[in-house]
Write a protein that binds this ligand. Structure first.
Ligand code: ATP
Ligand code: MG
Length: 497
């Protein structure tokens, strides 16, 4: 029977009256509640149960309201009262969140006490409109050579990381966070549906590299309520927007959105919504695109802040044709494909160039980087093809083929990179110049390794202004080139002409 709604007025301290609409819980299905008697509630609003737990309105029919419990649902019973205060879900935001670990409701989880905040921001905010944005113009320095040189990411871009389990996806995003040290970029790592142990590993790495001070961790680990796991990416986005609106650059990592899609599927199946392709609800595309649209680069009148997204998607056996991966590929500005075959061969980061692309990143690349990495992708792909052919017929190679193989091998040595050791763009420029001069073609693997380790210190000693000169102009001028050339000649002690 439908519970007739009633409106009660309650004195709220000394401040005045608070209007509440009181409904009743009809059924509780795991983390979803069906209630009656809340005729004026709307999607995205919060309701409060008599036990004190809050819930998020996910949908309604003429008589019933579908509520997702944000917290412990075991204390909610059929017949309990549920209150609608007519408020949308707003979460506290402030600078004090930097360096803290919070749950999806922005409550501190690191045992360092509550986080002070004077502002609240709506969680389901509409993304900035076209007129509020400008085209991307700065590069986001990820510290991974393959990315910065071949598949560059711009500030404000959305770049999907897609790959099988254990292929180094999280490591690349952590490198990007570590590389922001000292650069005034606010980082947010949002963990969705992952085990607690994964989060602890991430925390250890960030702590070890002193990257926690400028990072906010939003946890929606698998052990918290499903409602909180669903909400976590929106919370991360809301915190990011606060900094973006203050004119800062923000980097948000969503680890990972496959789990988020699973969580939304669970919720919708419990709400008896018709399952569609792969049993996902029909509006999963809308849910993710609404989130992805919130990234961007704001116009100068709005402070020129930016928000870059690195969402991660896990796939099975390299299949990128699934529903969720194809959805996300279509709504991001490029993808990085992580191959388990490459990973097992020891090529790390295991990015497959053939399937990876950045659609807007090269517009913001430094001119110095652009000119030095122009033919890198093609050279490398040609090398790969040649390598396959020469495996069949190893003798009688032409001189040109041999040269290509050597150059390819040198590129290989350069782009294989250890985890948690980001390389600055200045360093990458020296590597790429050395490559273009052909001095790396004749090095053995161990020589190439020590070259990568030592060369930049050597350059800094002989040419201390190199970093500041190249960073201020972003161009590889003839003057800089001559100086770097001189340093390289000295390093190789006359072995190059
Ligand atoms: P999951 O599917 O569990 O989320 P993932 O794809 O995020 O995995 P990571 O956790 O980043 O992968 O990495 C998997 C393993 O590979 C880790 O043990 C990590 O230390 C190692 N690894 C990742 N990148 C590198 C690298 N560049 N060099 C050496 N080891 C690496
Ligand atoms: Mg991972």
């Amino acid at each position: 029977m439908v519970d007739k709604s009633k409106i009660i007025e309650e004195r709220d301290g000394m401040t005045g009256f608070e209007v509440r609409e009181v409904g009743r819980v009809e059924t509780v299905r795991k983390f979803v509640v069906i209630a009656t008697g809340l005729p004026s509630c709307m999607n995205g609003q919060i309701v409060e149960f008599s036990s004190g737990t809050i819930g998020l309105v996910m949908g309604f029919t003429e008589e019933k309201v579908q509520i997702l419990v944000l917290g412990d649902s075991s204390s909610i019973r059929g017949g309990d009262e549920v209150y609608n205060k007519g408020k949308s879900l707003n979460l506290p935001v402030s600078d004090n969140f930097l360096g803290r670990i919070v749950n999806a409701l922005c409550q501190a989880q690191d045992g360092r006490g509550p986080i002070e905040s004077r502002e609240a921001s709506p969680v389901f905010r509409v993304a900035p409109g076209v007129m509020d944005r400008v085209p991307v113009k700065d590069t986001l320095e990820t510290g991974t050579l393959i990315l910065d040189a071949i598949i560059p990411i711009a500030k404000g871009q959305r770049q999907l990381l897609i790959g099988d389990r254990l292929t180094g996806k999280t490591s690349v995003t952590l490198d990007a966070i570590i590389n922001q040290k000292g650069s005034d970029v606010v980082c947010i790592y949002c963990c969705i549906g992952k085990p607690y142990s994964s989060l602890m590993k991430v925390l250890d790495i960030l702590k070890d590299k002193d990257a926690l001070d400028y990072t906010i961790i939003v946890t929606g680990v698998a052990s918290v309520s499903t409602g909180e796991q669903y909400l976590a990416p929106y919370t991360a986005c809301t915190l990011g927007e606060y900094f973006m609106n203050k004119g800062k650059d923000v980097l948000v990592v969503f680890d990972d959105l496959t789990k988020h899609a699973w969580i939304y599927r669970q919720i919708c199946l419990l709400l008896e919504r018709a399952p569609g392709r792969e049993a996902y609800p029909g509006d999963i595309f809308y849910i993710h695109s609404q989130l992805m649209e919130r990234a961007g680069y704001l116009k100068p009148e709005l402070g020129s802040g930016s928000m870059t997204f690195l969402p991660i998607v896990e796939i099975l056996q390299g299949d990128v044709t699934g529903y969720i991966p194809t959805n996300l590929i279509s709504m991001t500005d490029g993808q990085l494909y992580f191959s388990s075959t490459l990973f097992n061969k020891g090529f790390k980061p295991a990015m497959d160039f053939g399937l990876s692309v950045s659609r807007i990143g090269n517009k913001a690349q430094w001119p110095a980087m652009k000119s030095l990495s122009k033919s890198l992708r093609l050279d490398y792909l040609q090398y790969k093809e040649l390598l396959q052919m020469t495996q069949l017929r190893a003798t009688g190679l032409s001189k040109e083929a041999e040269m290509r193989l050597k150059r390819g091998e040198a590129i290989n040595q350069l782009i294989v990179q250890d985890k948690n050791k980001p390389v600055t763009i200045e360093e990458q420029i020296v590597f790429l110049y050395a490559l273009s001069r052909g001095v790396l073609d004749s090095l053995s693997a161990s020589q190439a390794k020590s070259f990568k380790q030592d060369i930049f210190d050597f350059v800094k000693k002989r040419y201390p202004e190199f970093s500041s000169e190249i960073r201020s102009g972003k161009e590889f001028t003839n003057e800089i080139k001559d100086k770097v050339e001189g340093v390289l000649k000295e390093y190789f002690k006359g072995a190059i002409k």
